[in-house]
Design a protein around this ligand. Sequence first.
Ligand SMILES: [Zn+2]
Ligand SMILES: [Zn+2]
Length: 297
Amino acid sequence: MSGNEGAFGSVIFQGNDESVRCLIFSVIDGVTDLRLTVLGTRGSVPVDGKEYETYGGGTSCYLVEAGKVNLLLDAGTGIYKCPADLEGEVHLLLTHPHLDHLLGLTFCPLIVQMHRPLHIYGRTRDGMTVKDQIDRLFSVPLWPALVENYPADITFHDLPEDFCIGDVKVEMMEAVHPGGSTVFRISHGGRSVVYATDFEDVRDKGAELAAFSKDTDLLIYDGQYTESEYKTWEGYGHSTMQIGLSIMRESGAKRLLITHHDPRHKDAFLAEQDRLLQEACPDACFARPMQVFDLQE
Ligand SMILES: [Zn+2]
Ligand SMILES: [Zn+2]
């Protein structure tokens, strides 16, 4: 899916934990492309129908093409839109194992391909490794097939610290969210994207995120609630577009993309919220399926 070829220098292995094998390539010249495609925008539960066609019904999933490395952010039902012809290895980063971020893995177009190399990363949660978390879902009677029964060649990685995949750097911070959630910053060729879904701005987390997102090209932020809804749903681990905008401004992020749309918010409502957001800042908008952000431009 990505075109540019790059020349690489020395390869250094870092870290002593096999599960976080870190490869650092020193870039001599060239690869600067970083492209994000929106696959799934909805939070909490998938929705369907004419009222959801514009802003999408599939749950959290984004595709990041960083030079030769393909990354998927979360495996909500939006993952079903993932192109099946992605070249090479695919690296799936899970923020956390809530069902709206994991359910699509059962029918992901990549996992059903024979010998497709698929790496799945996530933090240990409640004493369960990322493999344990996925096994919980892929188990009878919840689902008829174990994850080992799928044709893809799957490798699991637990994530205690920042790491690299080829020349792509992945940094992490922990969000305030029931059960925890990871915020990822993905950097490649001088460009970066921050994925901060399932994020509540309490206990100074907004200031921490602004520092973590410093000068990023694109901040994807959880704007599930309006300000008045947030008063009702405080403590549920989500946020508002107004807080996203303030974190964007504090961080110097170039663009803001609001995600994790509430399932009760239909297209007409979201279009009005989107209009208000863009009026406040032309570089901010609500995520829609199949939007593409080419961060090279
Ligand atoms: Zn969620
Ligand atoms: Zn969640």
